[in-house]
Design a protein around this ligand. Structure first.
Ligand code: ZN
Length: 410
């Protein structure tokens, strides 16, 4: 049984476990409507394992050792996490990076890293006795919540922009979620979800608000570290929308460092599309805070946010790690979809393939060296946005069913 408390990432105040507590009440007084989340809470376990558990990193015993769960009994019965860390020999050769890995998180049940957060949030909702969990999402978090809630037998209510990719909408509806398509942006959906949870008594899974979203995503960092131990990666590239996956990965390494299981944490490189680069720009300018990007837009729909809600913590974690931020063009993202698929066998959605595009920029800018141990976190499958992937390929014209036509085409 893991006992824990919350620590405010802004003012350092601590709070005991309280199911109604999502943010620090003191710092939340500075909350502006639609602004970055104030008073984001970190989970601090009272006791961390003193040695690597001798069980797989996604097993219930491992999860209860590292996550703030009262017991394994509320974990939804779904195979979340435990995704492969691929050595990608072809990509290593192309990039002349002999120690490059791809963490293939497309292999989660709903096809994205967001399943990790949903697993913990739904486990906590069951522990607290909530029948309904709600979330705002650009698509993947809603789909992840829908999948995990379905496995756990609780209701999922999700708020998504009306123009979310069709595959994500179909997927979340198939899992049986109650879906509200919002005539507005992700930011509008976020605010409406807050209001609905307050009024209707639902448990709020909003990313960058519910502290268990960051905590759940830390398992990606734990798994990378467990797989490479006793070595530690020098840098991990993570694509950034709200900045919660990056903060989660950072939390995983921070816990391991605190437990004495790794000697140091890796540098974190935040990758964003040029059209939605509030965090990467702040990192590059050395600015203390982000400037919201009005009319944010990119082919990488999962990364499109005006105001990254977890910006304060994300900036801090990247800076503490000695990392940095890069912005990549939509053309580079689309090109990276094809390159990652061809050279690593990993089919990624634009928001995930952007990590490879970001690696090119990070190499050019000297944020990463070719001989370092580098991990790309690939956060979502390409099946979530087939039209975007289609831009990365050449569509073959049909041929008659004859051998000479095959030979001619060769
Ligand atoms: Zn505070």
């Amino acid at each position: 049984m893991s006992r824990f408390h919350f620590r405010c990432t802004e003012c350092d105040a601590t709070y005991g476990e309280d199911e109604a507590r999502l943010v620090c009440p003191v710092c939340a007084r500075n909350q502006e409507p639609g602004g970055v989340t104030r008073g984001v809470l970190d989970v601090e376990l009272e006791r961390l394992p003193a040695s690597w558990p001798s069980v797989p990193a996604s097993s219930p015993d491992f999860l209860t050792a590292f996550l703030p769960l009262a017991s394994a009994e509320h974990l939804p019965p779904l195979a979340v996490g435990g995704t492969p860390l691929l050595p990608v020999p072809e990509l290593r050769r192309e990039l002349d990076m002999p120690r490059l890995w791809v963490k293939d998180d497309t292999r989660n049940p709903s096809g994205s890293t967001k399943d990790r957060a949903s697993l913990l949030v739904v486990a906590k909702a069951r522990e607290y006795g909530y029948p309904t969990v709600a979330a705002a999402s650009t698509g993947n978090a809603a789909t992840a919540l829908a999948a995990v809630a379905a496995a756990a037998g609780i209701e999922a209510v999700v708020f998504v922009p009306a123009d979310a990719p069709e595959a994500k909408l179909v997927q979340m509806l198939a899992y049986g979620a109650r879906v509200f398509r919002i005539d507005g942006s992700y930011d509008d959906a976020f605010e409406l979800c807050l209001e609905s949870c307050d009024e209707l008594g639902w448990y709020n899974r909003n990313t960058a608000l519910n502290p268990f979203t960051i905590e759940g995503k830390k398992t990606a960092g734990l798994e990378i570290a467990a797989e490479l131990a006793p070595e530690v990666p020098d840098a991990v590239l993570v694509t950034v929308g709200d900045g919660v996956i990056l903060a989660g990965v950072a939390k995983g390494f921070a816990d391991l460092e605190r437990a004495g299981l790794i000697p140091r944490a890796p540098r974190l490189i935040a990758v964003q599309p040029e059209g939605s680069a509030a965090i990467a720009s702040a990192l590059r300018r050395g600015a203390p805070a982000i400037t919201p990007v009005m009319d944010a837009a990119s082919v990488a729909d999962s990364l499109v946010v005006q105001t990254p809600r977890n910006a304060l913590l994300c900036l801090r974690r990247v800076r503490e790690s000695g990392g940095g931020g890069v912005a990549v063009s939509d053309d580079a993202i689309v090109e990276a979809i094809g390159r990652l698929a061809r050279s690593a066998g990993v089919f990624a959605e634009p928001a995930a393939a952007a990590a490879l595009a970001g690696l090119d920029v990070a190499l050019e800018e000297g944020l990463v060296a070719r001989d370092e141990r580098v991990v790309l976190l690939i956060t979502g499958t390409g099946l979530k946005d087939v039209p975007a992937a289609r831009r990365a390929i050449t569509w073959p014209e049909p041929i008659p069913p004859r051998l000479d036509a095959v030979v001619e085409r060769l």
